[in-house]
Design a protein around this ligand. Structure first.
Ligand code: SF4
Ligand code: SF4
Length: 318
């Protein structure tokens, strides 16, 4: 998947015209097989209240999403999407209809399917670092799964792009992650910053210095290996618009089909996807921007839309 901050340029018609959602994030489960300390969702398979979306529910919701204008669906969490019992039936349904879809996964479970993109949060370079980041010792298994999948896709799904990502917290880790995983036949290796409420994590001066080192290390690697990408969020660590002006561009559903304000705010339910007036409800909904994750994947789209909305003096004279 192309991790770029300028994708709204592909949707100028929606920016200036009817604000229909472009991408849907769909949570297929609310449980997971990892224990990431930073997880927003924090519910495990053994807890009460676990729920996975069924095939029939998915088909109903996805049909509605497409009617509303959605062009691409991201299967994500919530919990871990591959754990959904109907996962393969759901992906087959999407594939048979040529619907663009991608998946964000920890890939602890090996499954063969044909998304546009498969993004694996690998987050480690050995068992210890993996356990530190994800609470379980599954590094070797995930690497094996990626190897098996990339081997399989060569013949069966060459258009699927596969990427790995690491939430980079220090420069040495960036180099270790790259060294340990560069042999994988992936299309991109992404290093992402940590998202924290209000961007508090990067307020610290020491961390700001670390960020400069991390960016320099990623840029060095990118010169040697074109698969290495600097996630655009690294340059937006302290940036937030006053409002989430591009929130209409995404729609996020939990495993019950409830629409969340965004995928970062599973606690703010604004309606159900089957509500007749769900887009109006979405347009009307307000959110507490002090509770936002910074950086956020909507930071760049928000900046773009805010620029288009700005009043300009004497627009008649270019
Ligand atoms: S893999 Fe995702 S859903 Fe699972 S614990 Fe980690 S952050 Fe949470
Ligand atoms: S966290 Fe904030 S900026 Fe990001 S999508 Fe949600 S409301 Fe918008």
């Amino acid at each position: 998947m192309n991790i770029a901050g300028d994708k709204m340029f592909s949707h100028i018609d929606r920016v200036t015209g009817e604000h229909k959602p472009i991408t849907a994030d769909v949570f297929l489960t609310n449980y997971c097989n990892n224990r990431c300390p930073y997880c927003t969702y924090g519910r495990w398979e053994l807890d009460g209240g676990v729920k996975a979306m069924t095939y029939d529910e998915f088909v109903t919701y996805a049909t509605r999403l497409i009617e509303l204008g959605v062009q691409g669906i991201i299967l994500t969490g919530g919990g871990e999407p591959t754990l959904c019992p109907d996962f393969l039936a759901i992906t087959r349904w999407l594939e048979e209809r040529g619907i663009h879809y991608g998946i964000n996964t920890n890939f602890n479970k090996l499954v063969y399917f044909k998304p546009d993109y498969l993004k694996v949060s690998l987050d480690g370079y050995d068992e210890y670092s993996y356990e530190q980041a994800r609470g379980v010792k599954k590094y070797a298994e995930v690497v094996k799964n990626i190897e098996a999948f990339t081997e399989w896709r060569r013949k069966n799904s060459p258009k699927t792009s596969v990427g790995i990502q690491w939430m980079a917290t220090d420069m040495v880790g960036v180099l270790r992650f790259y060294d340990a995983n560069r042999h994988l036949d992936v299309d991109y290796i992404s290093f992402r910053p940590l998202e924290s409420t209000g961007g508090k994590y990067y307020e610290d001066e020491e961390r700001k210095a670390e960020v400069r080192e991390i960016i320099a290390a990623i840029e060095d690697l990118a010169e040697q290996d074109s698969r290495v990408t600097l996630n655009f969020k690294w340059n937006m660590l302290d940036w937030q618009e006053k409002d989430c002006t591009a929130q209409w561009a995404q729609i996020a559903l939990n495993e019950r089909g409830e629409v969340m304000y965004c995928c970062h705010k599973p606690y703010q339910i604004i309606g159900h996807i089957m509500d007749d007036d769900i887009l109006e409800k979405k347009e009307r909904a307000a959110t507490d921007m002090s509770m936002c994750d910074i950086p956020c994947r909507m930071t760049a789209p928000n900046m773009f839309v805010a620029q288009t909305m700005r009043d300009r003096k004497d627009p008649y004279f270019i």
